[in-house]
Design a protein around this ligand. Structure first.
Ligand code: SF4
Ligand code: SF4
Length: 350
């Protein structure tokens, strides 16, 4: 029997949903959604589930992740029920449900907690720098070590268990039968979706947005590799230095455009921003920008007398790695890719 949560609408509003109860089930949103098919009629059924509080059905659904938020449904809704934003709120809500630590939900719901977390991490970096007598070489050494350890810890202790929980909600609990061999066969699709996010191309008028995301993901992953594996701040190899400049430049140019578009609020997708949306774009922008400046200061021999710029970069990096990647909007990138993977497994084994 379907389990109903009568407080679901109230709970979802804490994740940014608007008055979706205004929906009178006309079906216009489903008609205009270019991703909607006979098998996948959305967003309307997600709205029905949300109104009825069918929490478990939403938890086992991939539909919120299949939507790429083009906003057409919200633009055409005659009741201003804002189905596009509802899908976004469901993604935030699902993120909180997948997260075994419970911190995602708390950070989404209570802005004060996010602010406290940002302040505490900044204090941690400053206290560590004082303890190390602001010795640039030592702090940079530990900064580099932190990057490696943080990636390993966040992926193994938080993101991997969360993906397993997502799999449990979507495949195991609803008893979808997927032979082991299908998991291996689908891995290529997972990788392709992860690196290209090509599902966005299924939305009309989304080509430029897809291109921006594509080069942003590429630039971000490449910069991660360049700073961690190729030791960008420590190297004297000209090719690696230039490569890092290009990658960090890509990140701050694209994210600057994202910040501008959220401020202008012209497109449907940018009209409603939750604090987590702002944190994601601003921190990613600062990450690229401060990395770029740090390397310029290294190349002009100015960093030794301006250690504050590296400390600023380190604070941004620590906040990014410990707050935004494991508990914030960064996780959407991961869950969306796995949603495509799980969808393929389900379709292939129907
Ligand atoms: S277009 Fe608006 S009113 Fe019509 S079904 Fe969709 S959300 Fe409901
Ligand atoms: S935002 Fe776009 S993709 Fe998502 S449900 Fe609405 S019309 Fe479909």
């Amino acid at each position: 029997m379907a389990q109903i949560n009568p407080d679901f609408a109230t709970e979802l509003k804490e994740y940014g949903a608007f008055d979706f109860n205004a929906c009178y089930n006309c079906g216009t949103c489903t008609a205009v959604c270019s991703l909607s098919t006979e098998e996948n009629s959305f967003p309307r059924n997600m709205i029905r589930y949300s109104i009825l509080g069918l929490e478990n059905d939403i938890k086992s659904s991939l539909k919120p992740w299949l939507c790429y938020y083009c906003g057409e449904c919200s633009e055409t809704c005659p009741r201003q029920a804002n189905p596009g934003e509802l899908m976004m709120s469901l993604r935030r809500w699902l993120t909180a449900k997948y997260d075994w630590t419970g911190l995602s939900g708390l950070l989404y719901k209570f802005l004060q907690l996010s602010i406290i977390a940002f302040i505490l991490t900044a204090i941690g970096v400053i206290v560590f720098s004082i303890y190390e007598n602001f010795k640039l070489e030592t702090i940079m050494h530990y900064g580099h070590l932190f990057e490696m350890l943080a990636i390993g810890a966040v992926f193994s202790l938080i993101l991997t268990p969360n993906i397993i929980r997502m799999w449990w909600f979507i495949i195991l609990k609803p008893k979808v039968k997927v032979p082991i061999v299908s998991y291996f066969k689908g891995i290529w699709d997972l990788i392709v979706h992860m690196f290209t996010q090509k599902r966005t191309l299924g939305c009309d008028d989304n080509q430029f947005r897809w291109f921006e995301h594509f080069i942003l993901v590429g630039g971000y992953l490449a910069l991660l590799f360049t700073t961690i594996v190729l030791d960008w701040f420590g190297t004297e190899n000209l090719f690696i230095i230039v490569l890092g400049y290009v990658e960090s430049g890509i990140i701050f140019i694209v994210t600057f455009d994202f910040v501008l578009s959220r401020m202008k609020k012209k497109k449907e997708i940018s009209k409603f921003s939750q604090p987590s949306d702002w944190f994601f774009v601003i921190w990613l922008f600062l990450l690229g920008f401060t990395a770029f400046i740090v390397r310029i200061f290294i190349d002009t021999n100015l960093l030794e007398n301006n250690i504050w710029i590296y400390l600023f970069h380190l604070i941004i990096l620590v906040q990014w790695a410990l707050i935004i990647v494991p508990f914030g909007k960064w996780t959407h990138f991961l869950y969306r890719s796995f949603a495509m993977y799980f969808e393929k497994l389900i379709i292939d084994n129907k």
